[in-house]
Write a new protein. Sequence first.
Length: 151
Amino acid sequence: MRSASRSVLNTTFHSDASRLPSGPGAYILLIEIQTNVTVRLPRRPDAVLVPGRYLYCGSAGGPGGIKARVARHMRAAKTVRWHVDQVTTTGKVFGAWVFPGGLECELVAALSALPVPIPGFGSSDCRRCTSHLLAWPDGQRMSFESLLSTK
Ligand SMILES: [Zn+2]
């Protein structure tokens, strides 16, 4: 892959998972919820996500890589396996920005200006991040330049 197309891939929002690369890497999922969503995390009190937009940073390395994982996130019908499934089965998943070869925790670090709605969300096996889910309040700008420099 040419370096020019790689940087385009890094900054383009993909609403169609079928066009995503099938290799390993990280992604930022854009989710919107219209109603309160009660989230259950092990060994923590239930938490409520209020309506709004959220960004979930994840990574995929198994068969089908980023493409298979984002496609799964975008499917409403699925068995709830990960914390984020509690949100994607209720809200709308618009798509994702993808970072082939990237790491989810570096994406979280690059988005550290965004508020953490629920500590521990998606990060129970992560010692670095407070949460892999971030709130994206209206009007708050995200800098993709900072994401590009994380690689
Ligand atoms: Zn992390």
